[in-house]
Each structure stands twice: as structure tokens, then as C-alpha cells.
Design a protein around this ligand. Structure first.
Ligand SMILES: Cc1cc2nc3c(=O)[nH]c(=O)nc-3n(C[C@H](O)[C@H](O)[C@H](O)COP(=O)(O)OP(=O)(O)OC[C@H]3O[C@@H](n4cnc5c(N)ncnc54)[C@H](O)[C@@H]3O)c2cc1C
Length: 315
């Protein structure tokens, strides 16, 4: 049995940043993740300046590829609004590994299956024992599944389904495009160029709305890729997307029970308007770490429910 003070399950942004904070406060931490890093994470990789502010670093300190957008192009039917802003794109393949390395946390590759509480300790797969347990395992987090089953019942209304892919592509349009409500979709699709010649395209929508209209996200994907070809944004390549789901913010989700916490997508923190989850995940990781260090209850103060104000006023 491996003993540690704090066991974090999931080495994505929420888990890595939580570990970073805890280690800086002298705590003993171990991160478990089912994947070796770098690992592929389905995500457009659009981030706001707030991410760097939360990490207390300048964007230049980030060593992976970073593309800066001075405007975002919002398309509503035939109308286009170019919104002056300051945003960035990163590749999650690089960004998450960088965050994990920055945390300086010990890491073990391990797929967590079974968790139980025994007296004062959380026991994971009969192999790890910890006084504190942090669920940062994303949408299928095992800590949430085990200790917070009531959250699952609240989730169906806030589930977002997404299709997405990222690949090297000699793009000529360096702008970031977002199309809203195309073909009646209750969500949006995106074209996000990345540094070093990568492109990310995807589409996301509320599952409950798709279901009520008898539609699938795949049907919308087909229309979306036809649009990209017609506009000469992506041509001549076979595009195979992958699917993922995650949850928008609900005020009702429980986040702490005794010394078990859930953070990031495990808790369902993506913003209601844009489905932005990286900054909220990072903020929740910091807050959970502070709660442990200060012996206080974990409260989600300052985890914004909306992205649009930060897009319009990023400074
Ligand atoms: C298609 C798509 C596009 C998105 N685009 C954006 C965007 O542009 N900007 C933005 O801010 N947000 C975006 N998001 C949301 C964002 O990706 C998430 O909010 C963010 O990744 C959450 O971070 P996390 O650390 O909580 O979880 P994750 O990044 O999902 O990390 C969870 C980790 O836990 C590990 N894990 C899971 N289960 C286990 C287990 N049983 N045992 C061990 N390890 C386990 C996983 O391997 C993973 O590494 C998007 C999401 C999707 C699906």
C-alpha cells in the first residue's frame, strides 16, 4: 500500500494546478492518471488571459505553442461580429503536460476503479491510502461517482455533447471563428488555429435540446464540415472527429464531503454561455488546495459562470 497525505485522481488542469498549490504549501501529494502525459484531450484549447493570471505567470512563461487572437469572429446566420479582445489558443497535448510538470507532483499511471473509505483513510484499488482525496478525473471522475452520486441526478439538463478534432493543416485564415445557432443548433461550432500549423475544429450542443428535436450532433457535424469546405477554410482532408461530453455549471452540485473533494469537470464547472472549462478548473483546483491548507470548507468563490464578460473585457 502506498500512503500519501493527499491523493489527486486526474492530472488535467484541475488536478495539476491543485497539486501545484498544495506542494507549494508543503503538502505531500500524489497524482494518479489513467494516461501517460502528454496525452490527447479533446478540447478547442481556447483560453483567456485569466488562465495566466490564475497561474500567476506571464503568457511568455508558457513554453508550448501559443497563438494570440486580437479579435474573435462571432457568426450569427449572415451577420458577423468581430469582437476586439485578447484570447489565446493552446494545444492541450502540450499545455496539460506543461502544467503537470510545473506542479512538480509525483505522478503514477493508474486507472482508478475502486474507492472506499476506511476509518480515517480513503483507499484506492487496495493500493493507495490517503487522508485527503481529490477527484479531478473529468466528466467520468471516479471520486464523484463514488461519493457524490446525487450530482449525477442533477446533470442531465446541463450535459454538453461535442465532436472535435485537431490536426496539422496549412491554414491560411489565422482568425478564430465561432458560429452560433447554425441550422437551429443550441450551441456553437468553432475553427481555432493553433501555433505551429495545427487547427482545431469542433461543435458542441446541449444534449437535452438535441434530443427534444430528434437531432444528433453528427448530423450537425456533417453540415458544419460542408460549410468549412464551402468557405475554403478546410479542404482536401478526411476529417474524423471524436466525441466527448461534459457538464455546464450548476449551483447545486456538491463539491466536498468530509475530506473528499471534486474539482474541474468532475464537478461540472464549464461556463453556461461558452462551455469554457479550463479557467474554472484551474480556479477550483486552487480553491480546493487553499481549503485543505487552511482547514476551511471548499467554496467556489470567483469561479465565474459566464465567459462573455471576460471576452469583452479581458484586461
Ligand atoms: C470538445 C471540447 C472542447 C472544449 N473546448 C474548450 C475550450 O476551448 N476552452 C476551455 O476553457 N474549455 C474547453 N472545454 C472544456 C475543458 O476541456 C475542460 O473543462 C477541462 O479539460 C477540465 O479539466 P479537468 O482537469 O477538470 O479534466 P480533464 O482535463 O478531463 O482531466 C481529467 C484527467 O483525469 C484522468 N482520469 C479520468 N478518469 C480516471 C480514472 N478512473 N483513473 C485515473 N485517471 C482518470 C483523465 O485521463 C484526465 O487526464 C472543451 C471541452 C470539450 C469536450
Amino acid at each position: 500500500m502506498i500512503n500519501t497525505e493527499i491523493l489527486i485522481i486526474g492530472g488535467g488542469p484541475a488536478g495539476a494546478v491543485c497539486a501545484r498549490e498544495l506542494i507549494r504549501s508543503g503538502k505531500e501529494v500524489l497524482i494518479l492518471d489513467k494516461d501517460d502525459f502528454p496525452r490527447t484531450k479533446l478540447c478547442a484549447g481556447w483560453i483567456t488571459p485569466r488562465v495566466f493570471r490564475l497561474l500567476k505567470i506571464k503568457p511568455q512563461a508558457y513554453t508550448g505553442g501559443l497563438l494570440k487572437f486580437h479579435k474573435l469572429y462571432f457568426h450569427f446566420g449572415k451577420r458577423t461580429v468581430a469582437v476586439p479582445t485578447r484570447q489565446y489558443s493552446v494545444r492541450r497535448y502540450e499545455f496539460d503536460q506543461w502544467l503537470l510538470q510545473e506542479s512538480k507532483a509525483p505522478f503514477e499511471k493508474h486507472l482508478v476503479k475502486n474507492i472506499r473509505k476506511e476509518k480515517d483513510l480513503y483507499i484506492v484499488d487496495d493500493s493507495y491510502a490517503a487522508r485527503y482525496l481529490i477527484g479531478a478525473g473529468g466528466s467520468n471522475d471516479p471520486v464523484g461517482r463514488t461519493f457524490f452520486p446525487e450530482n449525477a441526478a442533477l446533470r442531465s439538463a446541463s450535459q454538453i455533447v461535442a465532436l472535435e478534432t485537431e490536426f496539422p493543416y496549412p491554414y491560411t485564415d489565422q482568425r478564430c471563428h465561432l458560429w452560433f445557432y447554425e441550422n437551429g443548433l443550441s450551441g456553437y461550432s468553432w475553427y481555432v488555429p493553433k501555433a505551429n500549423g495545427f487547427i482545431n475544429i469542433g461543435i458542441g450542443a446541449k444534449q437535452s435540446d438535441l434530443k427534444s428535436k430528434g437531432e444528433t450532433i453528427r448530423e450537425h457535424w456533417q453540415l458544419f464540415t460542408e460549410k468549412l469546405a464551402n468557405q475554403n477554410l478546410i479542404t482536401g482532408v478526411e476529417i474524423k472527429p471524436k466525441g466527448h461530453h461534459y457538464f455546464l455549471r450548476s449551483a447545486k452540485f456538491h463539491s466536498q464531503k468530509d475530506r473528499a473533494f471534486i474539482i474541474g469537470d468532475a464537478l461540472g464547472l464549464a461556463t453556461i454561455d461558452m462551455g469554457e472549462g479550463i479557467a474554472p478548473s484551474i480556479r477550483s483546483g486552487i480553491l480546493a488546495a487553499q481549503a485543505i491548507v487552511q482547514g476551511k470548507n471548499f467554496k467556489l468563490s470567483g469561479v465565474s459562470r459566464f465567459s462573455i464578460p471576460r471576452i469583452l473585457f479581458p484586461f
